[in-house]
Design a binder for this molecule. Structure first.
Ligand code: SF4
Length: 172
């Protein structure tokens, strides 16, 4: 993923926050829609925001068949609604994103709850919402200890207010 020069420069000097791209308004969900959270945007001002979409980077396209975790004989896989096991390609995408994020040492991530890729506390397994993480979240966690869902905006606000750079561009 390539970023504009201005964003690349800011990434070098300001704390990095990772955000699921669909929460920022990108129409990258399986159904071609976004899940934009307008109230999140002011909280991110002053930080270097890195949008990520593991499913898009995995080449799954938009729109695409919805995916979910499935379990069988104690093994877990991510499978599309048309029966394709997308686990290997999604795993590669998640590893690639996490490796690119590690040098940035993100202070936190705000990710889409219940997504099989980005879920923080819940995800979809065998047609149900269950406690668990998405594949990307699981890979990111060892490198980013503060993970929030978009349903925890008050926690996000408290966390970022305390860490907002005093000279951050666009700080309120
Ligand atoms: S939840 Fe994650 S993988 Fe799904 S559309 Fe949003 S950013 Fe992409």
């Amino acid at each position: 993923m390539r970023y504009p020069t201005s964003l690349s420069n800011s990434l070098e000097t300001t704390p990095t926050v990772v955000v699921s791209a669909c929460l920022l308004g990108a129409q990258c969900r399986y159904d071609g829609q976004s899940k934009g959270v307008p109230a999140l945007l002011p909280l991110l001002q002053g930080f270097a925001v890195v949008p990520v979409c593991p499913e898009l980077l995995a080449g799954m396209g938009v729109p695409r068949p919805a995916i979910e975790w499935r379990s069988h004989d104690g093994k877990f896989a991510v499978v599309s609604e048309d029966g394709v096991d997308v686990t290997p390609r999604l795993r590669r995408s998640c590893v690639q994103i996490v490796e690119s994020l590690r040098p940035l040492q993100p202070i936190c991530a705000v990710l889409k709850e219940r997504s099989p890729s980005c879920g923080v506390h819940q995800t979809h397994l065998n047609g149900e919402v269950v406690a668990g993480q998405g594949m990307f979240t699981r890979r990111l966690e060892p490198h980013c200890s503060h993970l929030f869902s978009e349903e925890e905006l008050e926690l996000v606000r408290e966390f970022l207010v305390a860490r907002r750079p005093s000279s951050g561009v666009g700080s309120p």
